[in-house]
Design a protein around this ligand. Sequence first.
Ligand SMILES: [Zn+2]
Ligand SMILES: [Zn+2]
Length: 243
Amino acid sequence: MKIKVDTHTHSIASIHAYSTIDELAKSARKAGLAGFVITEHGPALQGAPHRYYFGNLKVLPRRLCGVYLFHGAEINILDTAGNVDLSAAELSALHFCMAGLHEGCFSPHSKEENTEAIINALKNPYVDAISHPANPAFPVDYEAIAGTAAGLGKALEINNSSFRVRQGSAETCPVLAEWCAKKNTPVCIGSDAHYRGDVGKFDRALPVALSAGIKPERIINRTLPAFVEFIEARHSAHNRDSN
Ligand SMILES: [Zn+2]
Ligand SMILES: [Zn+2]
């Protein structure tokens, strides 16, 4: 099985990343992807782009170097109430929004508080997925978040970079994946590339997902049509919720 859309990438707009959007697009094409989502960090993280960056994504072509470019963000969960660092109006213009816990924006709390923060962020109608919920720095009740995400039709990410940059992920990611399999939770597999060479790399995350028993059809970014179907369903949910 091959993943055709990378749902998690960063460009030099986040100043701890090292490639341009054009370079990411070229690499996406080389990796055989049909599309990728540019998911810069929300403005509360140090070195993230200014909030205007997200509103201006519309100036980019929708197709770049032969692949589709989706507008996204990786916003920061700021507190246990699940508040985030972009407004509903800003988020509503994006195709795909992940929220995540990041040091510097949310200090690691107890497992209960981290879980509460993620569950409350999932309840934000504009949050489509949670980035790297298996980060060992933020212990979480995986059964609870997998159940909540499944109930809301939102995705939990199995993050390929975690295996390299978030120590302990080789132990936590399979546990998260098993709970996603048990709860039938939608899952996205993201590279979290901060350099063009990592775009479309799912060599650690995908085998973990599949061997945990996650059904391929629950992986929302397995094909371009599957990903488009997921974001369209999420967008009709936004419209329902805001009416
Ligand atoms: Zn992140
Ligand atoms: Zn990221």
